[in-house]
Ligand binder design. Structure first.
Ligand code: K2U
Ligand code: ZN
Length: 168
């Protein structure tokens, strides 16, 4: 398996809108395995294909304590949103930047798994936050886009400073 390169802001490829997956073949299964390995190694609790410069509607998630409950969502759609929750979010594509984001507290999801089988389920709390965060990536949206213009500008400035400091 392969650790994939994760794009970071201000890379404009993160703004790409992902296309639906049509072929559920061995190559897709290998790519999903590489995404999971990349996510666990980062470490993170979610990863969207957009973040590794593959613009297809694929996300992997694992919010379990033991990191042994991987979830792969292909061509995912949120079919119902209810309530509100505010959660401190980070992002593997926006390193070392954290901000509070308001999202739905309860969602219903329809997707396909890596075999192409239809799945549907409900999610709350951190799983709901993570799914909304990852499905944003498939639309070319990062969590900073939910912040006020001033907070987003401050976050991007901090990100730039940290990148410059790392480059020294
Ligand atoms: O998309 C990503 O970069 C993965 C995020 C997913 C995520 C962000 C915020 C809240 C829930 C999920 C990474 O896992 S960032 C690392 C992280 C892990 C746990 C909580 C917050 C941030
Ligand atoms: Zn992210």
């Amino acid at each position: 398996m392969t650790i994939l390169n994760i794009l970071t802001l201000p890379d404009k490829r993160l703004k790409t809108v992902a296309k639906p997956v049509e072929k559920f073949d061995a190559q897709l299964k290998i790519f999903v395995a590489d995404m999971l390995e990349t996510m666990y190694e980062a470490p993170g609790i979610g990863l969207a294909a957009t973040q590794v410069d593959v613009h297809q509607q694929i996300v992997v998630i694992d919010v379990s304590e033991e990191k042994d409950q991987p979830l792969c969502l292909i061509n995912p759609k949120i079919t119902k949103k209810e309530g509100q929750q505010i959660h401190e979010e980070g992002c593997l594509s926006v390193p070392d930047i954290y901000a509070k984001v308001k999202r739905a507290s309860y969602i219903e999801v329809e997707a396909q798994n890596e075999k192409g089988e239809n799945i549907s389920f409900q999610a709350e709390e951190l799983l709901a936050v993570c799914i909304q965060h990852e499905l944003d990536h498939l639309k070319g949206i990062v969590f900073l886009d939910h912040l006020s213009p001033l907070k987003r500008k401050m976050a991007l400035k901090k990100l730039e400073k940290e990148k410059q400091a790392k480059a020294l």
